[in-house]
Ligand binder design. Sequence first.
Ligand code: ASP
Length: 572
Amino acid sequence: MRADAIGEEVRVAGWVHRRRDHGGLIFVDLRDRTGLLQLVFRPDEWPEAHAAAHDLRAEDVLCARGRLERREEGTVNPELPTGEVELSVAELELLADADTPPFKIAEDEPVGEELRLRHRYLDLRRARMARALELRHDVVRAMREHLNGEGFLEVETPFLTRSTPEGARDFLVPSRHQLGSWYALPQSPQLFKQLLMVAGVERYYQVVRCFRDEDVRAERQAEFTQLDVELSFVDEDDVIEAVDRLLAAVLAAAGHELALPLDRITYDEAMLRYGSDKPDRRRGVEISELSEIFGGSGFNVFANVLAEGGVVRGLKVAGELPRRRFDELTERAQGLGAGGLVWAVVEEDGWRSPVAKFLSDDEVGRATAELGAREGEAILIVADRAATAARVLGELRLEVAPAPEPSAGHDPFWVTDFPMFEWDEEAGRFDPLHHPFTAPLGDLDADPATWRSRAYDVVMDGWEIGGGSIRINRTDVQERVFEAIGIGGEEARARFGFLLDGLRYGAPPHGGIAFGLDRIVALLAGSDSIREVIPFPKTATGTDPLTGAPAPVDEAQLRELGVALRRPSEKR
Ligand code: ASP
């Protein structure tokens, strides 16, 4: 419906977006997925259609036949692709009536999320959401086209399966045929994709739903979509290079150009400089190591921490902070587990700080230079165990660093060289930082705390958008890793016997990665929650206001599954 079709007789159908009654003439903006078209109803020329148009309401569905005309001088709308034309309607047919919607489709005004989700079919009509669906489609298409072009095979894997330990709780499904036995919904297709490498597929991908029973957050849903990828005969560089090309293709589909290769920083460097393994580098501000500068400090707090093997690190805050803010930040630091927070304001001849009198001019001068702080700027310092200092300064950085400039674009990069495990204080055991199928590096006879892993993440704009690793392809190594996390031989056989068996029959070296599709699309759409780009998401409590899921089921259904419910009071 453009100027070149003027004079033609056409038939269109869609929803009433807006209706305007201008005394004689009635105008309707008709909407379909491709956009808007102005209909005009003229009482003198086609009185019947005009009379019928009186009763049209927002969101009615109609079909109109008429003549495409050039809009009158002065009424052309340059904002619309169809802005030069209008359809003069000869015949109107109402295809479906619409009740008054609970919120306006034509306006992008704030609406409560519960209401939006309850009427998601209306919410998805709104321009922003319709664009999100399209962007999601474009991203997935770019992924598929790129991977197909590089010889990958898309292969499906089961949803009704056994538990895959990705670190979350499983969703369980009772078996009707084997009462008392349960399927687990996959937290990822990890083990199947590895077995596909044993099967000789060599290059696999799948756009696949994963299920993790964990709390919903801005970047998390219990049910989410991954682009899952695995390759044989590769090392880290091969995977990273293949993914660089893939990401460039995906971002190009959303109109962003990426300079390759993407940066790589190590986990240690990320923790030191940003106090996070998924930093938003666009926010500037970096953390500096000050331990050496304060090595011989007369300030007891620093001296004691350093003597116990801790660190002194700090960051500078661009611009001035009021006194009150330092108190808030100190409280925040303590809430995060730091003993305290040292703050200072750089002045012409030294620091204004509650601890200034304990510090030498040399320390102050060198620390100021290391932090790159200028007169009037503030400095925040944490002295603590390395992990605590990193975490606390990482959080403080997020509080004080400016938001990225709108022109900053996206910043995807790699984080590599992860430790293999982290110590779970509560459970009293090692937990894999990635998952237990990741190939370890280092002396496997030494303390597992010293092992590194062949894992890598892709981080973009402060979110982890992908993670993967080179896998273990030998049974003995796999058993060693299980042992290190407290899964003994018998339990390993019971839970992962099928994998251990598979690895015995000629498993090629292999590795891969999985991307959070929802996260990538949300970032590209400029949304701060993945719920904005998932067609039918769940709320924070895991409910779906549209269908009312989860919901109770019949007693008979439970009986058939051999499941008996305890009363809520007996829950534990
Ligand atoms: N299965 C892993 C995950 O879901 C990704 C991978 O290692 O490829 O995080």
